[in-house]
Ligand binder design. Structure first.
Ligand code: TMP
Length: 207
């Protein structure tokens, strides 16, 4: 039986990584075989690309940035996600292809249609069964990201506002497979909402 692919998306500081971890723990307790991965990264090559992408000392043009994210994702999809899904695992992704549309498309202003084609090449048209969008007003990014910032976290509030609106637009295109949650709500409340939605998807997968 094919597994299930769940992806968390949202602007920096929305709390994705915490929710990814909490969902993974809940599903393992329930008897699921779980694979957690992050994008960019998740493979040997992808982690090296991630370092370049997040390094504040790098100056990267928007097209180069988009293609580096795509390269990391192509490797992740082929090497980790697809094999795990074939083995019937629940794959939980900390970001995936929508991040490129939101950040490089809506945020940087690259043509979204072109990026959709690049995404197709990279992810082989693999689409999440569920996307959880943790929606956060960009003014709160500063509050949430204390201390040193990586290259993208240094962007201005206006950039994150465009990214946020991009995510909401993308979610509006696929309401049946997208859950939008208010990232300002308590962690436990978000965790319960995610779990409720995921339970419906599991069917007989983890039995
Ligand atoms: P993370 O720290 O949430 O793992 O994400 C790394 C950063 O990369 C984050 O600022 C969002 C950004 N990003 C893009 O700009 N485009 C993409 O395609 C992906 C996957 C992430």
């Amino acid at each position: 039986m094919r597994g299930i692919f769940i992806v968390f998306e949202g602007i920096d500081g929305a709390g994705k990584s915490t929710q990814v971890k909490m969902l993974a723990e809940a599903l393992v307790r329930r008897g699921c075989r779980v694979e957690v991965c992050r994008d960019p990264g998740g493979t040997k090559m992808g982690e090296r690309i991630r370092k370049i992408l997040l390094d504040p000392a790098e100056s990267i043009t928007p097209p180069a940035e988009a293609l580096l994210y795509a390269a990391s994702r192509a490797q992740l999809a082929a090497e980790v996600i697809q094999p795990a899904l074939r083995r019937g695992k629940v794959v939980i992704g900390d970001r995936f292809s929508d991040s490129t549309l939101a950040y490089q498309g809506f945020g940087r202003g690259l043509p979204v249609d072109l990026l959709r084609r690049v995404n197709k090449l990279a992810d082989g048209e693999l689409a999440p069964d569920l996307t959880v969008l943790l929606d956060l007003p960009p003014e709160m990014v500063n509050e949430r990201l204390a201390g040193r910032r990586d290259r993208l976290e240094k962007e201005a509030v206006a950039f994150f506002e465009r990214v946020r609106q991009g995510y909401l637009t993308l979610a509006g295109e696929k309401p049946e497979s997208c859950l939008i949650l208010d990232a300002r709500r308590p962690l436990e409340e978000i965790r319960q909402q995610v779990l409720g939605k995921v339970e419906n998807l599991l069917g007989s997968l983890c039995k």
